[in-house]
Design a protein around this ligand. Structure first.
Ligand code: DAT
Length: 176
């Protein structure tokens, strides 16, 4: 499918707090890929289907979200971040990066964000059980799924560099 795109589509997934939006913001500024923020798109279009009492957040209407994004994804050149990936069509993405963060570091980040109780514990468990990594490997060809450590500012710089290089390589390989 990538042959129909002039720029690749990139998915960044991982437990909340692992640094997805920080990374996507940086990548979109330097690569020219357009960052599609799922949370903001859901809010703007009210694409919700109930409320998750444990995670204390609205549940996204996945079918409506896929419909909303389909044309944009067909065009290519998009970077998406979300703490889930099994409802996105496999054909949309040329590469999937899964961010991983040490439990104690993640705990502090989420506590700073104001997460408490079940919401905090559920998210830490999600990281301990590598739920998003498994979901990514089950939902996409495992050869396009890469795990990236996201603990320190140095990790962030490394990840920006790695993804930028991957995008440049894709452009070279798909230039004719
Ligand atoms: P997410 O979008 O996955 O929920 P975020 O981008 O909002 O995560 O980042 C959560 C917090 O952690 C935010 O204060 C920025 C910080 N952060 C992100 N990546 C980091 C890294 N590699 N090293 C140190 N702090 C990081």
């Amino acid at each position: 499918m990538s042959r129909t795109r002039s720029l690749p589509n990139v998915l960044v997934t991982g437990t909340p707090g692992t640094g997805k939006s920080t990374l996507c913001s940086e990548i979109s500024q330097i690569s020219g890929l357009e960052w599609l923020n799922i949370g903001e798109i859901a809010k703007a279009g009210q694409l919700y289907d109930g409320y998750d009492e444990v995670l204390e957040c609205p549940v996204i209407d996945e079918d409506q979200m896929v419909d909303e994004l389909e044309d944009k994804m067909t065009d290519g050149g998009k970077i998406i971040d979300y703490h889930g990936c099994d409802f996105f069509p496999q054909r949309w993405f040329d590469v999937v990066f899964v961010l991983r963060t040490n439990n104690t570091i993640l705990y502090d980040r989420l506590a700073t964000r104001g997460y408490r109780g079940h919401k905090l514990e559920s998210n830490i468990e999600c990281e301990i059980f590598q739920t998003l990594l498994d979901e990514a490997k089950e939902s996409y060809n495992s050869q396009i799924v890469y795990e990236l450590q996201s603990n320190t500012p140095d990790d962030l710089e490394d990840n920006i560099e790695k993804i930028s290089q991957w995008i440049n390589q894709w452009k070279i390989q798909n230039s004719h």
